[in-house]
Write a protein that binds this ligand. Structure first.
Ligand SMILES: NC(=O)c1ccc[n+]([C@@H]2O[C@H](COP(=O)([O-])OP(=O)(O)OC[C@H]3O[C@@H](n4cnc5c(N)ncnc54)[C@H](O)[C@@H]3O)[C@@H](O)[C@H]2O)c1
Ligand SMILES: O=c1ccn([C@@H]2O[C@H](COP(=O)(O)OP(=O)(O)O[C@H]3O[C@H](CO)[C@@H](O)[C@H](O)[C@H]3O)[C@@H](O)[C@H]2O)c(=O)[nH]1
Length: 459
């Protein structure tokens, strides 16, 4: 089937960038991204490209080039489904917050709603592509919903998980390590391969059965997160032995069997995916009675929670066991640099802990603003909204955030933090001036020379 129209349901961090790149590389295909969230769609359509709902280097340029030509954002879901030969489901699949599997399983209600919507409105044959990250065997449920419509329409289901990382989404999409397509219909697989084939070489387009494809996505994230938890576990040991985690990471990473990537010790991994996907993997393993498998992977998340907690514990302990009434400046709120995404950011949990200890927190993040900071904390339900608003605020400049502070906590590895005038910051802080670098971002020697009491993960 030649694809002339694509519909993508879900205009989020995956749907937006992925479809923008598909549109850019396939000018012959019309790409319609639809969403139930009018505000988000309006933001995607905003004239001012700095107001797009997703901040990713390079994304605004692509949107500028394609929007209104072969890339469209709207809430007209039925219409977009009907005109498309190929429909991507790219909606959120968060951890369940209720009922069976609460806190572990993926909540598939949005995916099911999309499937039912497609079943309800489709008038011609469709290829339905799972772009969302889904538990292995979800395609079975989608198939069952689509094939039981009784209207004689043929649906082919493909699994095409997305491996982009935020902050480098556009680069990852333009140069993917691989594109994975799982499915049963050869023809449908070929149609999707052709879409990617306009910029991805054939040897990087990998096809598998549906279940391998679904499971590979959860597995990839589990392996990546496991590396971070592994090096973070070693970082704690380093702090007790005078070994330096950065040196250890370099030494082991030069072993070609281990490799140098994803060995950066940190205040703990965040993001919408790692924790959610591992917990989902744990839940699936448990549901098959595989206790040892489940326990093995759950430890990755347990270690990560420990890392976040011990960061804030260490800060409090170093500040003479109390942060009550003290000003703590947090540099960075996003879960990593070059994104405005804050989901599951370590900063949220560290701030929550410090607020419990009655700290006054000033946050500065170049892409995250006050309302989002407050929303993130309010979502935890630890204290009232008023109490959160009294305990934390976003400063408009980094220097304002750090002025008069007892301590600085570096939560995100934004490049600009390295270039600040650290002498000026030191001069304006309470003494001793403490820095807790959760990203090993700054130069220890230089910071010590200025006069800071500088602590870094794993050193
Ligand atoms: N964020 C990432 O970096 C990343 C990377 C790879 C895979 N994934 C996976 O991709 C999926 C989407 O993630 P995301 O980060 O883009 O989520 P997101 O929350 O940013 O976007 C999802 C969008 O889907 C919309 N939506 C939900 N239900 C809908 C419905 N019934 N009809 C129309 N729109 C609906 C929401 O309004 C929202 O705008 C998840 O399964 C996630 O695990 C995410
Ligand atoms: O050595 C490292 C690498 C990462 N992190 C942290 O780990 C988290 C996740 O980082 P990263 O994986 O780069 O970003 P994500 O956007 O969460 O991307 C992951 O999750 C996506 C969603 O499933 C996948 O598509 C990607 O392949 C996978 O890398 C962030 O908090 C990072 O700061 C570290 O602490 N140390």
């Amino acid at each position: 089937m030649t694809v002339k129209n694509i519909c993508c349901i879900g205009a989020g961090y995956v749907g937006g960038p992925t479809m923008a790149v598909i549109a850019k590389k396939n000018p012959q295909i019309n790409v319609n991204i639809v969403d139930i969230n009018q505000e988000r769609i309006d933001a995607w359509n905003s004239k001012d490209l700095s107001k797009l709902p997703v901040y990713e280097p390079g994304l605004a340029d692509i949107v500028r080039d394609c929007r209104g030509i072969n890339l469209f954002f709207s809430t007209k879901i039925d219409e977009a489904i009907n005109t498309a030969e190929m429909i991507f489901i790219s909606v959120n699949t968060p951890t369940k917050t209720y009922g069976k599997g609460k806190g572990m399983a993926a909540d598939l209600k949005y995916v099911e709603l999309c499937s039912r919507k497609i079943a309800e409105v489709a008038k011609t044959d469709k290829i339905v592509v799972e772009k969302s990250t889904l538990p292995v065997r979800t395609a079975e449920a989608i198939k069952s919903i689509l094939h039981n419509t009784g209207n004689g329409i043929n649906f082919h289901i493909l699994s095409n998980p997305e491996f982009l990382a935020e902050g480098t989404a556009v680069q990852d999409l333009l140069n993917p390590d691989r594109v994975l397509i799982g499915g049963e219909s050869k023809e449908a697989i070929e149609s999707l391969s052709k879409v990617y084939g306009s910029w991805v070489s054939e040897d990087r387009i990998l096809t598998t059965n549906l279940w391998s494809s679904e499971l590979s996505k959860l597995t990839a994230n589990a392996f990546l997160a496991q590396r971070v938890s592994s090096i973070n576990a070693i970082s704690e040991l380093c702090e007790h032995t005078e070994a330096n985690v950065n040196e250890v990471a370099k030494a082991i990473g030069m072993d070609s069997r281990i490799g140098p990537k994803f060995l950066k010790a940190s205040v703990g991994f965040g993001g919408s995916c790692f924790q959610k996907d591992i917990l989902n993997l744990v839940y699936i393993a448990k549901s098959y009675g595989l206790k040892e498998v489940a326990d093995y992977w759950e430890q990755v998340v347990i270690m990560n929670d420990h890392q976040k907690r011990r960061f804030s514990d260490n800060l409090i302990k170093t500040l003479y066991n109390t942060v009550s009434g003290k000003k703590i400046a947090m540099l960075g709120w996003a879960f990593k640099k070059d994104t405005n995404d804050t989901r599951e950011s370590a900063a949220i949990y560290v701030a929550d802990h410090l607020l419990n200890e009655q700290a006054n927190i000033a946050v500065y993040d170049p892409q995250v603003f006050e309302q989002k900071v407050l929303n993130d904390l309010n979502y935890l339900n630890t204290r009232t909204e008023r109490e959160n608003a009294e305990g934390i605020y976003s400063a408009s400049t980094p220097y304002e955030a750090m002025k008069g502070a007892h301590a600085i906590a570096i939560m995100t590895e934004w490049d600009e933090f390295k270039d600040y005038d650290w002498q000026r910051i030191y001069d304006n802080m309470k003494k001793p001036a403490f820095v807790f670098d959760g990203r090993s971002l700054l130069d220890k020697e230089k910071m010590n020379k200025i006069g800071f009491e500088y602590y870094s993960i794993g050193q």
